[in-house]
Write a new protein. Sequence first.
Length: 389
Amino acid sequence: MSNLPPERRTVLRALAGLGALAFGAAACGPAGTAQRSGSTPAGSSRSASGGAGRRLGAEWERHTRTFMAWPALAAGVWEEDLRSVREDIARIARAVGQYEAVVMMARPDQVSAAQRAVGNQVEVVPLAVDDLWARDTVPVFVEEGGKVVGVDFHFNGWGNKQEHTHDAQVGRALLQKFQIPRVQAPLVAEGGSFETDGEGTLLVTESSVVNDNRNRGKSRDTIEAELKQSLGVEKVVWLAGVRGEDITDAHVDSLVRFTEPGVVLLDRAHPSTPADSWSRSADQAKSVLSKATDARGRRFEIVDLPQPDLNRTTGHGDDFVSTYANFYIANDAVFMPKFGDRQADDRARGILQEHFPERDIVPVQIDTIASGGGGIHCSTHDQPGRPAA
């Protein structure tokens, strides 16, 4: 993470007076929807009921497509940066589209503009969205009975910090559109909260899930059992994270990432950065991982992934997220942020190439997304399976 709390700019502006966007009741909150159940044809839903036949795959496995979302909110959110953040999103979509199918969700009245921006290689579909954070709003895909199903974790604006009326419904609408069965988890969480090796191990920050703003009154043991049930994982490794200093409560996907079973890359602050809650979180994660084993009993190999020097980055701001850990693994490529510190960018690219030797490492400039508190992984969501024709 950066040396400043990576809060999404919307929270800061909301706290400054935009009360309609902050700390309001989200359309899909932990008290209202997390326990519902129903029937189960493709596109409809059922409750999570046993993960024995369920499997959460690793991101490096083959994808059918990548889902993304076209940011729609200007007033109170991106303001004058909406055009720039759309340019970043289009840049990511075009880059990923060179390697696999990309589906961009966009509000119906914005489909034409989005299509012009991303080009003909990206499919733009009309689906009401609020912002670009597809990692958190799209359901988590698992395999069950030889098919892909979407586990809906009831996105509630990162613990009701923001009201995302449309994004709260993205899970249901997207699965229905693509005829993918929907499973309703008994939890509230976001996709950025989860990191897996595809072999039964799940890394999670406690701050982002064992939190009353998502799962009021639930203990860590209860949540762990429900994660195993919903995702089909066998072992959960808990990292402390950071509470209340960014909108996500410190998602794991900006802290530590698997490159293969037993091997993780860990975000590390630049040496010039003073110690803070984020660097201490990384220290705590390293301590936990150095003593832990995965679902197969392996010890973790931990590789540091150093941040750039913030004095040399091309993007800036109080919310700027300078971690390279928020990379995205697609078919035959890995997409990493290009921050403008040439030495640090090259070092990160070299580390990623060493760990993904058969994949192209593609740097993408995302200064506006990063200044808004996110990254490439935050804005993409993989659907596992055979690549789309």
